[in-house]
Design a protein around this ligand. Structure first.
Ligand SMILES: NC(=O)c1ccc[n+]([C@@H]2O[C@H](COP(=O)([O-])OP(=O)(O)OC[C@H]3O[C@@H](n4cnc5c(N)ncnc54)[C@H](OP(=O)(O)O)[C@@H]3O)[C@@H](O)[C@H]2O)c1
Length: 237
């Protein structure tokens, strides 16, 4: 069993998730880098191990109940507990923003279902399965998006927007139910970041984008819960 604090990051073989694994490991966490593509996940974890970091790969498809159960069983057997969960895995199920077919009026309902399955129900499945391993303390980060803010809601991209708004609501429901438990859960928008999802035009580097994720993953015992943050500052729902 590890004496170190243990962190799980979903969808972590590239992008924001990968760099979050690297930085959490540098802070001294035993990090479980998860990905649904085993080869990519193994390679990513091995590249961080080669930097001398405590990073272990475990397969995880957040849309599959048995995959989440297998991760939970692995954590119980190898670590006996969990301290940090970063629900990072996400998809952008819509056509390109503001393209002719990105309107909600012609949205493909199956794409919207896919968005919910990965971006909303995935994190919920992980929370249901892994919060019992948190031993009354821990930090959960739901990587959300400004595109899910009701206060700033614009047109287009309904699959992504709806799934992230629902993720935000889920964050608040869980925060209410976890009040007094020592487990904190917050939604974080990383800003617009240059990743495969964010594209090359985004203003922020991955290192800049993960700062707010790291902040929410490493909150002190008296830190906030049930909030929505960007770069460590509260933003409107
Ligand atoms: N980049 C931005 O500007 C931005 C802005 C706001 C919020 N976000 C959020 O930040 C998070 C990370 O995105 P990113 O920008 O780093 O994009 P990314 O490079 O596309 O990373 C997304 C990751 O999620 C994984 N994933 C998708 N479906 C999965 C599933 N069912 N199970 C496990 N993993 C799955 C992807 O792996 P596969 O190759 O297997 O699909 C990929 O590793 C997402 O939640 C995104 O919505 C990003």
């Amino acid at each position: 069993m590890s004496e170190k604090a243990v962190a799980v990051v979903t969808g972590a073989y590239r992008g924001l998730g990968f760099e979050t694994c690297r930085q959490l490991a540098r802070l001294g966490y035993a990090v479980i880098l998860t990905a649904r593509k085993p080869k990519s996940g193994e390679e990513a974890a091995n590249s961080l191990k080669a930097e001398g970091l405590d990073v272990t790969f475990h397969p995880l498809d957040v849309t599959q109940e048995d995959s989440v159960t297998a991760l939970s069983d692995f954590l119980v057997a190898e670590y006996g507990r969990l301290d940090v969960l970063v629900n990072n895995a996400g998809i952008f199920p819509d056509p390109a923003p503001w393209s002719a077919d990105s309107s909600i009026l012609c949205a493909d309902l199956d794409a919207i279902r896919d968005g919910f399955e990965t971006n909303t129900l995935g994190p919920l499945r992980l929370c249901q399965s892994l919060i019992p391993l948190m031993e009354e303390k821990g930090c959960i980060v739901n990587v959300s998006s400004g595109m899910g803010q009701l206060s700033e809601m614009e047109g287009c991209c309904p699959g992504y927007r709806l799934s992230k708004t629902a993720l935000n609501a889920m964050t608040r429901i869980l925060a209410e139910e976890l009040k007094g438990s020592g487990v904190k859960i917050n939604a974080v928008c990383p800003g617009w970041v240059r990743t495969e999802m964010g594209g090359s035009e985004a203003p922020l580097s991955i290192e800049e984008g993960i700062k707010g994720i790291l902040w929410a993953a490493t909150l002190p015992a008296d830190g906030p819960s049930g909030g929505f943050f960007r770069h460590g500052k509260p933003i409107a729902w």
